[in-house]
Write a protein that binds this ligand. Structure first.
Ligand code: SF4
Ligand code: SF4
Length: 60
C-alpha cells in the first residue's frame, strides 16, 4: 500500500480514522504510515477525500 503524495492535501482525516495510530504527518505535511503498526484494515483508504491512499498487491 502507498500514499499518493502529490494528491495528499494534509487534511488529517486518515490520521483520525486509524485505530492503531499508524499514520502521522511528515515534515512536508503529507500522511505517512508506519507499516509495522498498520493492520491493513483499509479504513484510511475509505475515508481519504482525495483518494490519495491506495493498496497495491506486491508480488501477486
Ligand atoms: S486523508 Fe488523504 S488527503 Fe487527507 S491527510 Fe490522509 S492521505 Fe492526505
Ligand atoms: S489500513 Fe487501517 S491500520 Fe493501516 S494505516 Fe490505514 S487505518 Fe491505520
Amino acid at each position: 500500500m502507498k500514499t499518493n503524495i502529490s494528491e495528499c492535501n494534509g487534511c488529517g482525516v486518515c490520521i483520525d480514522s486509524c485505530m492503531v495510530w499508524a499514520i502521522k504527518m511528515d515534515e512536508k505535511h503529507k500522511a505517512e504510515r508506519d507499516e509495522l503498526s498498520c493492520m491493513s484494515c483499509r479504513e484510511c483508504e475509505n475515508v481519504c477525500p482525495k483518494g490519495a491512499i491506495s493498496y497495491e498487491k506486491i508480488n501477486g
